[in-house]
Design a protein around this ligand. Structure first.
Ligand SMILES: Nc1ccn([C@@H]2O[C@H](COP(=O)(O)OP(=O)(O)OP(=O)(O)O)[C@@H](O)[C@H]2O)c(=O)n1
Ligand SMILES: C[C@](O)(CO)[C@H](O)COP(=O)(O)O
Length: 233
């Protein structure tokens, strides 16, 4: 039986509004290279990843083709496609590009420091659990507040994880979940495992990740990113 493909979907179609820069944050330079370069490199250089689908805004497709795929010979990028208004739409656009795959890894382009070790850990785990997300234990106390910012409750910190990406699924499972979700969109989802949670058909395993796998979102994250990049040398 032929090995089924592991396909990485890298999401880079956001506008980066919270970064408050003209250029969407994923294209900002870290040591003279776009943030997205570091993200893609981690998947390009991983022998367990067969294909990369890059999702970006229509107006950046040519840039991504020339300044990323061609310039850095990221030959695992098989498609560079337009995203949607919301993250989940971008994910769905990519899922629809896939005719057959073993598993799919859905990753934020704004998380450039995902490590080979964590990617590989997820790929092992998804064989058993079919649906895995990477996360780290919360170092802070989390409080759920009401509309008036009054504390409603404080979850037991020992059961609170800060969830990141990649989120890794058996392709057929997440595709079915998204087909279902996109047909009625009962609530807004901020990550992919929520789509599967709504279907309630598969438990989702949390795999211990790394605190360095930050999502570059606001200006101070750029300062942290410089430090992390330096520490990886
Ligand atoms: N419609 C969207 C929205 C987000 N993303 C991507 O999903 C990742 C996580 O999203 P987020 O950090 O929220 O990025 P933005 O939506 O760009 O940020 P903001 O909310 O500040 O505009 C990013 O790599 C972003 O490019 C996407 O592909 N399509
Ligand atoms: C998917 C995610 O990175 C998990 O923490 C996060 O929910 C993305 O949120 P964003 O608002 O789209 O950045």
């Amino acid at each position: 039986m032929t090995k089924q493909k592991n396909v990485a979907i890298i999401l880079a179609a956001g506008q980066g509004k919270r970064m408050n820069t003209k250029m969407p944050k994923q294209y900002l330079l870290l040591e003279q290279k776009p943030i997205l370069y570091y993200t893609i490199k981690n998947f390009q250089e991983n022998s367990l990843i067969d294909e990369i689908i890059l999702v970006t805004e229509e107006k950046y497709i040519e840039y991504c083709n020339l300044e990323l795929k061609e310039k850095y010979k990221f030959n695992k990028i098989t498609s560079i496609i337009p995203g949607g208004k919301e993250r989940y739409e971008s994910v769905y656009n990519a899922l629809k590009m896939i005719d057959d795959a073993g598993c799919v890894l859905i990753h934020d382009g704004a998380r450039p420091f995902i490590s080979t070790e964590v990617i590989n850990k997820l790929l092992v785990a998804v064989n058993e659990y079919k649906a895995c997300v990477v996360g780290v234990k919360s170092k802070d106390t989390i409080k759920i507040v009401n509309d008036n910012q009054i504390v409603d409750n404080t979850p037991n910190r020992s059961s609170v994880y800060i969830i990141q990406t990649p989120q890794v699924f058996e392709y057929k499972i997440i595709r079915k979940a998204y087909d279902e979700y996109m047909s009625h969109m009962s609530c807004f989802v901020t990550d992919d495992s929520m789509v599967l949670e709504m279907l309630g058909t598969h438990p989702i395993k949390v795999i211990e990740g790394e605190y360095t796998n930050i999502k570059i979102t606001t200006p101070e994250d750029l300062i942290i990113a410089e430090k992390i990049l330096n520490s990886l040398k």
